[in-house]
Design a protein around this ligand. Structure first.
Ligand code: F6P
Length: 335
């Protein structure tokens, strides 16, 4: 691994770790890895509650190896999370910096999504504090890692839900419109749609439009399909799941149409094996990179290797994260 963003090596003695933004399965496993790697390297660790809000409020806790016992399998985050508006102000960040200085924290590991990365980048630049980020979000929408923490678990959760919905859909000959999370990303929709055998998938990144969906339904009817599952990513541009289902009902009045919004259940639950191992590798790498002098960067998985990417690059690069081949496969499997 060739890190790109190294600065003058400052001696780090105490790391502050926090989770911020939407929680994701695997965050606890990442906290555990950060704490244990830091302690192994004779560093102290402070847990910061509720992300940037806790930094502003001085809501800290000293962590040791035992503080992270039996959390690798737990969903959510023991350090809690928040979306913090005050951190967007200079006064808020100054307050946060004063608090972490008082606490003796001289480097940070931030676990979260793009809002967390943006905050970390600004804060680290303003106050010259070393920071490494770990991509933790079910959305899989960050540049710098093939997969974000929690994405694999969320896919498994959605597939389990689709299986259950399919049981009732086929019993009643119904068409279900299932909305899944992902903000502006269609990663969960595409992967869980393929894994759950969905008849159609609407994604923000691909302009299928209602007409495309109508064609899919006509085609399914020609094949005498009696029930269907249509997955709609929450960021889809066709007006939302209710609007889409309404338009379909207008075109096919004989269909028994139902809507199911999976919502926040997609964020919970025990992390999958993949997410636990990924989180552990990311936490370990984040601390070791800080110790080598790397800063203002995110850790990630490319292929099978751990890499780091400068935060500026991660924040400013738009990557099409849908697997093009999987898109094609989805269109063949639903025929
Ligand atoms: O970023 C994770 C995520 O779950 C998105 O998929 C979703 O759009 C959003 O967070 C929901 O945020 P909140 O929990 O604040 O309503």
């Amino acid at each position: 691994m060739e890190p790109k963003n190294y600065t003058d090596l400052k001696k780090i003695t105490k790391i502050g770790v926090f989770t911020s933004g939407g929680d994701a399965p695997g965050m606890n496993a990442a906290i555990r890895a950060v704490v244990r790697t830091a302690i192994y390297n004779d560093l102290e660790v402070t847990g910061i509650y509720r992300g940037y809000q806790g930094m502003i409020d001085g809501d800290f806790t000293a962590m040791n190896r035992r503080s992270v016992s039996s959390i690798i399998q737990k969903g959510g985050t023991i350090l809690k999370s928040a979306r913090c508006l005050d951190f967007r102000t200079k006064e808020g960040r100054q307050q946060a910096f004063d608090n972490i200085q008082k606490e003796g924290i001289d480097a940070l590991v931030a676990i979260g999504g793009d809002g967390t990365f943006t905050g970390a980048n600004v804060f680290s630049t303003e106050f010259n504090i070393p920071v490494m980020c770990i991509p933790g979000t079910i959305d899989n929408d960050l540049y710098g890692s093939d997969y974000t923490l929690g994405y694999d678990t969320a896919n498994n959760t959605v597939i389990e839900a689709i299986d259950k919905i399919r049981d009732t859909a086929s019993s009643h000959n119904r068409v279900f419109f299932v909305e899944v999370m992902g903000r502006d990303s269609g990663c969960i929709a595409l992967n869980a749609g393929v894994g759950g055998g969905a008849e159609a998938i609407l994604l923000p990144e691909v302009n299928t439009g209602i007409d495309g969906l109508v064609e899919e339904i006509e085609f399914a009817e020609e094949r005498q399909k009696t029930s269907m599952i249509v997955i709609i990513a929450e960021g889809d541009k066709n007006g939302g799941v209710y609007q889409v289902s309404k338009q379909v009902k207008e075109k096919f009045p004989h269909l028994d149409v139902k809507v199911s919004i999976l919502g926040h259940l997609q964020r919970g639950g025990a992390p999958s094996s993949f997410d636990r191992v990924l989180a552990t590798r990311m936490g370990y790498t984040a601390v070791n990179e800080l110790l080598k002098g790397n800063t203002r960067a995110t850790v990630g998985l490319r292929g099978t290797a751990m890499i780091t990417t400068p935060l500026e690059e991660a924040l400013n690069t738009k990557e099409f994260k849908l697997d093009e081949e999987l898109l094609e496969i989805a269109n063949i499997m639903n025929k």
